[in-house]
Design a protein around this ligand. Structure first.
Ligand SMILES: Cc1cc2nc3c(=O)[nH]c(=O)nc-3n(C[C@H](O)[C@H](O)[C@H](O)COP(=O)(O)OP(=O)(O)OC[C@H]3O[C@@H](n4cnc5c(N)ncnc54)[C@H](O)[C@@H]3O)c2cc1C
Length: 531
């Protein structure tokens, strides 16, 4: 059996950070295991093509169980199965969330995770091409920049300002509330995913071994310590030993799946699916959080057609020749944050402003040019679950979001629909605003909008918190990301978030990866966990 100092499971957003940082020490032998393959594909590199990956072999393609509050609909949760994980599939929006998120984490027991304490781990990763100052980093591995937005997106931002939003340049600075063009993870017109950014400079290191096509079945324990990993490459089964630590970075679905298959999770459930329980941790797979996402679309009239002709071959030709043009769009070109209720401590709604028709994960088309506003409800309270149905790693877990379990969540989305309509009615949109396509003007009353939301709401592709930091009764790991009841096993990915952040989840997950690497590199320096 080949043995390493550290084994990292999953080369997604956080896994790439952990493997790259830990292999900076040439004495540390690091193995990175990834079930998917390489990320050198057009649909990965060309920013606007991200949704072309959905339903392909690059997508784990999770579907939720029928959602009880959404008239029994099952929702598709695409998840990147390739180097970079979802960071190679996402819409590249670089958003850290609100400082209230991190201060709440710390207040609820996650010692060391307050906004001020996590800031250096955000800036350490960052190479911001446009913004500087105390909130931003230069020279880090992950490039961040503001693109040149489409004219339709510019007008949508002007309309937000007319509707009362403050115009900002930085949604990751002192103030999140307002409207700004999106900062994105792109470099020279291409996606800058975590594999490219973090592993690109690390690949040549002799102490870093990367294995793709490596489906991790389970972590093996010996005397309460995680000592090896069982992996299949096609039909052949192999085992790799860890002298030091094993770090789970398989994402909000993959990490609780692997823990449960390893016998670490809710004992009763594990027994019921034929897995011997080794460590009874009820919270593994519970507390799953996700942002509900409601799109609205309008027809676009006048000379500007936004990104509506994106699939025309001339745009691909231009991008291939120059890495410029419409294919560099991340679709969500501008973002606005606001509170649906002024008594809230922080914004609960993120508006994603997109100069094209987007509906059902980009699968639907509209015969005429259009633009969209997506409402991402960033302060949800519903909790779902990720539970394996068998010990077989080829069988995906049962995922339930239990989205919109609380009427207050629907009320917030209804307020968001009213706000989006108010924005679109502003003078800045005159000459551009056509007929409302979805929901359509006949859906007017709060009651009708509520019903419509339950029929059509999706998610923002942000599952999190399914193996979260918390006490052994309520969480999977402590504040230094160590799995409760097991030595030598940590969790570093979106599943570890105590609660979901108010914004997109990629940047916070990179930060979690940075923190995990720091915990492992500097065990004496880090504070003792409280959780
Ligand atoms: C379509 C889409 C759009 C998004 N848009 C944005 C956005 O614009 N901005 C933003 O901030 N966030 C966005 N996100 C969310 C963001 O990308 C994720 O929150 C983030 O990538 C999560 O990182 P992670 O490390 O937790 O998991 P992932 O990045 O999903 O990585 C997990 C890795 O583990 C691997 N893995 C899983 N199971 C196994 C196993 N058994 N064996 C071996 N390997 C395994 C996976 O293949 C994957 O590579 C989006 C996500 C999607 C899918």
């Amino acid at each position: 059996m080949d043995t390493y100092d550290v084994i990292v499971i999953g080369a997604g957003a956080a896994g790439c950070v952990v493997a790259a940082r830990l292999s900076e020490d040439p004495e540390r032998r690091v193995l990175l295991l990834e079930a998917g393959g390489h990320n050198k594909r057009l649909s990965v590199k060309a920013p606007a093509a991200f949704s072309a990956q959905f339903g392909t072999k690059l997508d784990w393609e999770y579907w939720t169980e029928p959602e009880e509050n959404l008239f029994g609909r099952s929702l598709h949760e695409p998840r990147g199965k390739l180097m970079g994980g979802c960071s190679s599939m996402n819409a590249m929006m670089y958003v850290r969330g609100n400082r209230f998120d991190y201060d709440s984490w710390a207040a609820e027991g996650a010692a060391g995770w307050s906004a001020d304490e996590v800031l250096p781990f955000f800036t350490r990763s960052e190479d911001n091409g446009d913004l500087a100052g105390p909130y931003h980093g230069r020279g880090g591995p992950m490039h961040v920049e503001t693109r040149d937005p489409d004219p339709v997106a510019r007008r949508m931002v002007d309309a937000c300002v007319e509707a009362g939003f403050e115009r900002l340049t930085d949604l990751n600075g002192a103030q999140q509330e307002g409207v700004a063009f999106t900062q994105v993870n792109q470099k020279r017109g291409m996606r800058h995913d975590a594999a490219t950014a973090f592993l690109g400079p690390a690949r040549g290191r002799p102490n870093l071994t990367i294995k793709t096509g490596a489906l991790v079945h389970r972590v093996r324990l010996d005397g309460g310590r995680a000592t090896s990993v069982e992996v299949s490459f096609g039909k052949s089964l192999e085992q790799f030993g860890a002298d030091g630590e094993i770090v789970l970075c398989a994402g909000a679905f993959g990490t609780p799946e692997i823990l449960q298959r390893s016998g670490i999770g809710p004992a009763e459930h594990l027994k019921s699916v034929g897995v011997p329980s080794l460590v009874d941790l009820p919270a593994v797979g519970r507390h799953l959080m996700e942002h509900p996402f409601q799109f609205l679309n309008w027809e676009l009239v006048g000379d500007d057609i936004g990104l509506s002709d994106l699939s025309h071959p001339k745009h691909l030709a231009r991008w291939l020749a120059t890495r410029k043009g419409k294919l560099t769009s991340n679709v969500g070109e501008a973002l606005a944050f606001f509170r649906t209720d002024s008594s809230l401590p922080a914004p609960d709604m993120e508006l994603v402003l997109a100069p094209l028709f987007f509906w059902e994960h980009g699968k639907r088309e509209h015969p005429r040019p259009a633009f969209s506003i997506g409402l991402s409800y960033v302060a949800p309270i519903s909790r779902g679950s990720v539970m394996i149905a068998s010990p077989d790693p080829g069988q995906k877990a049962r995922v339930s979001l239990r989205m919109l379990s609380h009427d207050s969540e629907v009320r917030a989305l209804v307020a968001g629909v009213h706000k989006a309509r108010e924005i679109v009615s502003q003078p800045a949109m005159d000459g551009m605003r056509g007929a409302e396509i979805n929901p359509g003007l006949w859906v007017r009353t709060d009651e009708a909008i509520s019903e419509y939301v339950r029929h059509t709401v999706e998610h923002t592709y942000h599952p999190a918190c399914s193996a979260r930091i918390g006490s052994p009764e309520d969480g999977a790991c402590d504040a230094e990301l160590r799995v409760h009841g097991v030595d030598g096993l940590r969790i570093a990915d979106a599943s570890a978030m105590p609660t979901i952040t108010r914004g997109n989840t990629h940047a916070p997950t990179l930060m979690i990866g940075e923190r995990c690497a720091d915990f492992i590199r500097n065990p004496a320096r880090v504070a003792t966990a409280v959780a």
